[in-house]
Write a protein that binds this ligand. Sequence first.
Ligand SMILES: [Zn+2]
Length: 106
Amino acid sequence: MAKCPACAQDVATPFFLNADAWRWLVCPHCAARLERKNPRSAATLMPLFIVLIAVGGQGHRYALAAEALMVAIAVVILVEFMRPQLQLRKPLPKPEITLNINGSSN
Ligand SMILES: [Zn+2]
């Protein structure tokens, strides 16, 4: 279950691997077209995951610590996938960074 960002009502979300169901997800209350927010944790924790694999090769003690951290990271990523956040589907994605081409000086 997730909240619709348009009408704040509960929306039943498909299983996180069901990409086709996600593509056609529409709020049953207000008919807003919805999509899943990209989980931030997966993008930020993946590099750390790779570092931990390298650290794990340094010795038995490091391997145990790295393994515990890797399990924790995997759980965080899994929870984010199982509890998705919804956002309104936009016709065109807006760039997050806008370039100031004119270069106005303060
Ligand atoms: Zn809605």
